[in-house]
Write a protein that binds this ligand. Sequence first.
Ligand code: FES
Ligand SMILES: [Fe+2]
Length: 336
Amino acid sequence: MEKILNGTEGFVDKQPLKNFWYVVALGDDIDSSPISVKLLNEDLVIWRGFDGSLIAAAEKCPHRQAPLSHGHLENGCLVCPYHGWTFGESGKCINIPSSSDGVPIPSKAHLNTVEVIEKYGLVWLCLGEPINPLFELKEESDSSFRRINTEVQKWKVAATRMVDNFLDITHFPYVHAGTFGAGQETKVPNISLEYLDNDFFGYRYDILAANPEEAKSTSGSNEESVERSMSSGFNLPLTVRSTITYKSGLEHVILLLSTPIDEISSYFTFVIWRNDDFTIPADEVIAFDRAIGEEDRVMLEKLNGVMPLGKTALVNVQSDKATVEWRRQLLKLINS
Ligand code: FES
Ligand SMILES: [Fe+2]
């Protein structure tokens, strides 16, 4: 097991990864036109059917392989731009315009669809058979919290490097010196790992974070620095959740989503839930988190290639405990 993925061996082609859910778009991104996405090296088209539900299928038309996302919708059915074959519910081909009336549609003309769900404002795909339902976040159904979504970006970095970063707090004083990490203590306490709840495994910690002008609407405090009780945890394969609780009782939950497009590029988005008084505009509340994400992107895009997953391939110290454990579990999963 150690040998696998110590170097450059393919990660995204690993079969077990196909049985999990990945975010590829915001629900709001899919309206009156089909969109194209790429997940684990597979090109896919997604569109919204007549009843508003989503349909996701292989991007290539079964006829002459035209990209279906270049087509258009008619009453919720997808029309191929090349010869007008039309696909409805469940990807079923319902019309071949060149065929005479009464000629049956070949069974191979139907599209191969993949599992799709819409949750937390996001579109999630599973290329195989989902082995688990998507995790439940209690804040979603708690009326004292609001949810804020932001756009799905493309980062030129392996998704594994993103997760590794999102579980790591020791880069804060360096990478995030321009936001909340300025002057932050570089030493971190010993990390002990625990189940944070049923779905996320990780650790809890407290930090004194810089609270510059741009952070004040997010932290709800006017002080120069703020104490944050935090947790960071993962849900396999590639989801990370950070929680921040301020002394005021304000809670700020961040779900960090990394989706492998291919070996070295990924989609990234995050979702915030917070129990504030809902008065500060959403854009303002997430501006600081966006700036933090941008600092991570700039750093991570400097790291080339895939991240080795083997235990001995990278040098680890005590503060890397969470990412070492996540990599151990991920390696076990992809070799299962
Ligand atoms: S390639 Fe799509 S209808 Fe011909
Ligand atoms: Fe970071």
